[in-house]
Design a protein around this ligand. Structure first.
Ligand code: CU
Length: 361
């Protein structure tokens, strides 16, 4: 039986597990429909924090896009596999008990087959078993978002193609909010003024005999050597939002003193430990489960590979903050760092310079 399951995984099918089309989510019939436009991270789709009225069907479309992606300032590039062209793919935001009607489109220009396994989905390998689309195909599933929290989604077309597609960028997250919004451990409402979606990504770029990163002209050509680097479990790059520096400089995140910011952070493959230099995690859901009371006042939190978490922080001081993976090697030698530029009034009561640096007398 075990062998049968493994074989099924490899070919992307589970014998007898797929429900008939007519049986899927029949209670969704007649519900109001809402289209959710996908936006590139770190932006998040427009949404209300508290659900207005009863459950709805949220229509979402994800188009797969195989593309060259420059991942550092040296011009190193990979043959990325993506949802909607970005790494990570767009954040989907719904409320508990909404239905998500997700259409996955694989354009005919693609050379690979793709699917989607959403960790928010119940059954059929998280939807992976129902959604395999070859180039030139599309598929639609509808699932009920029964569990609240933040969940990873990723491509999972079978066997070694699962980690290959994931580490070439094919992952994202879905946030399922409680219908009455986020709460602290005492049930008091927690509201955010803005939210950012940070997708952390490990890349495994092969090097040539000269020690330089190799360039390939298709995801198929890159695969054999990339798989060899992947087996070492030593990423060449660990980045936020697809490239070293994607969220620094003019692409820094922004906020104002007094604003509460929700940092949604996913890592589809590898453990990570976010930290906000100069700030804290006021309220943190490290595993992303909004049903659990958030942990409070954390310095660093842990997000297990294959999951997403969220942290809420109210900025108290203006200036530059660094949001990073506090594996400092991953952050500063491999790229997993973002900047947050915060405007506002400085509060000397929280921190002040008493005497400037000068010679010891
Ligand atoms: Cu894929």
């Amino acid at each position: 039986m075990k062998q049968a399951i493994y074989a099924a995984l490899v070919v992307g099918m589970v014998i007898g597990a797929a429900p008939a089309l007519a049986d899927i989510a029949s209670k969704a019939v007649g519900l109001k429909r809402v289209k959710q436009a996908m936006v590139a991270p770190p932006r998040v789709p427009e949404h209300s924090q508290i659900a207005k009225g009863g459950p709805v069907i949220v229509e979402v479309q994800l188009v797969t896009h195989e593309r060259e992606l420059v991942i550092d300032s040296l011009g190193t590039s990979i043959q990325a596999l993506t949802f909607e062209g970005s790494v990570p793919g767009p954040l989907i935001v719904v409320h508990q008990n909404d239905y998500v009607e997700l259409t996955l489109v694989n354009p005919k220009e693609s050379i690979m087959s793709h699917n989607i396994d959403l960790h928010a989905v119940t059954g059929a390998l998280g939807g992976g078993d129902l959604t395999l689309v070859h180039p030139g195909q599309k598929v639609t599933i509808r699932f009920k978002a029964t569990k609240v929290g933040v969940f990873v989604y990723h491509c999972a077309p079978g066997g070694p193609m699962i980690p290959y597609h994931v580490v070439q960028g094919m992952n994202g997250a879905i946030m399922v909010l409680p219908r009455d919004g986020l709460k602290d451990g005492d049930g008091k409402p927690l509201v955010y003024d803005r939210a950012y979606y940070i997708g952390e990504q490990d890349f495994y770029v092969p090097r040539g005999a000269d020690g330089k990163y190799k360039k390939f002209n298709s995801p198929a050509a890159a695969m054999p050597e990339t798989l060899e680097v992947m087996k070492t479990n030593e990423p060449s790059h660990v980045v936020f939002n697809g490239a070293v520096g994607a969220l620094t400089g003019e692409n820094s995140l922004t906020a104002k003193v007094g604003e509460s910011v929700l940092f949604i952070h996913s890592q589809a493959n590898r453990d990570t430990r976010p930290h906000l230099i100069g700030g804290h995690g006021d309220y943190v859901w490290p595993s992303g489960s909004f049903n659990d009371a958030p942990k409070t006042n954390l310095e660093t939190w842990f997000i297990a590979g294959g999951s997403a978490g969220a942290a809420l922080y109210t900025f108290q001081q203006p200036g530059l903050y660094v949001y990073l993976n506090h594996n400092l090697i991953d952050a500063l030698l491999k790229g997993a760092a973002a900047h947050v530029k915060v405007e506002g009034e400085w509060n000397n009561n929280l921190l002040e310079l008493v005497e400037k640096a000068g010679p010891i007398e």
